[in-house]
Design a protein around this ligand. Structure first.
Ligand code: NDP
Length: 256
């Protein structure tokens, strides 16, 4: 009996990788690197013009490697949107091998600034967005008997700094949810948390509080490029199935 494969099914040596927040910074670098390594990347974010540009930018590498990048509009705060993101990838490629939950926002401020809407947004994107991804992909990974969750947490998942109470709380939560997922998961499912230090990206652009923005200019003065994080993701994905890289912290040598 032959099983009909979807037209774009990737060979088993190449993975079907979903990346949330792929329109800039770390997500874009991860997506681009994985395309050069021959993976089929489904890149999600709200700014689809950026995703289209990334698809064009990686087209030549995709031609060489046999990989590919498919842009998909995605809002991780919308549970149905995330479910559709995962389902569309499964329909197109026949399986989903990796979900990289990278989408995040960081509008830092002191608690007494009372920027409650920004607190809510961080919880919605950084925590609920992560949970929506797990809810969508876990049944798929369980049915397949394989899968890999990768969460982009932060050094802020390990320490709290002034103006970072809510952001760090969301990253502590991301760390805890991902560690709980690892402990509960069947051994056929791998779980990785990657915690970057200061990385060049658009992350600090979401800060509206003048004091926090000022402090960040000094804090973020010595950043490393997002390729450093893409390398860590690539390493975790490339391990054999019985090797589960659980946690990687990557920060600039000058960040103490
Ligand atoms: P960027 O701001 O450059 O990228 C954030 C990405 O998240 C964008 O692609 C954005 O896409 C996406 N995003 C935001 N909101 C949503 C949403 N509702 N739905 C879907 N996508 C969304 O920042 P980074 O690349 O730095 O951030 C990536 C991750 O790395 C984040 O989780 C961040 O917390 C983490 N991190 C970053 C560090 C750094 O120093 N850069 C340090 C530690 C952790 P769009 O707006 O198009 O939807």
């Amino acid at each position: 009996m032959t099983t009909q494969q979807p037209e774009n099914a990737a060979p088993a040596s190449r993975k079907v990788v979903l990346v949330t927040g792929a329109s800039s910074g770390i997500g874009a670098a991860v997506a681009a690197r994985l395309v050069t390594e021959g993976h089929q990347v489904v890149a999600g974010a709200r700014r689809t013009d950026r995703l289209q540009a990334l698809a064009q930018h990686t087209a030549e590498a995709a031609g060489r490697s046999g990989g590919g990048l498919q842009p998909v509009r995605l809002d991780v705060t919308d549970r149905a949107d995330v479910a559709a993101f995962v389902q569309a990838a499964r329909d197109r490629h026949g399986r989903v091998d990796v979900l990289i939950s990278n989408a995040g926002v960081m509008p830092l401020s002191r608690l007494d600034s009372l920027l409650v809407d920004e607190w809510d947004r961080m919880i919605d994107v950084n925590v609920r967005g992560l949970l929506h991804g797990i809810a969508a992909a876990l049944p798929v990974f369980t049915a397949q008997g394989s899968g890999h969750f990768v969460t982009l947490a932060s050094v802020g998942a390990h320490e709290v700094v002034p103006t970072g109470a809510v952001y760090c709380a969301t990253k502590y939560a991301a760390w805890a949810i991902t560690e709980g997922l690892r402990q509960e998961s069947d051994p056929s499912i791998r779980v990785t948390t990657i915690s970057p230090g200061v990385v060049t990206s658009e992350l600090a652009d979401t800060i509206t509080d003048a004091g926090a923005a000022d402090a960040m200019r000094t804090y973020r003065a010595h950043a490393i490029g997002p390729d450093a994080i893409a390398g860590a993701v690539s390493y975790a994905l490339a391990q054999p199935p019985d090797v589960d890289v659980n946690e990687i912290v990557v920060r600039p040598t000058r960040q103490r």
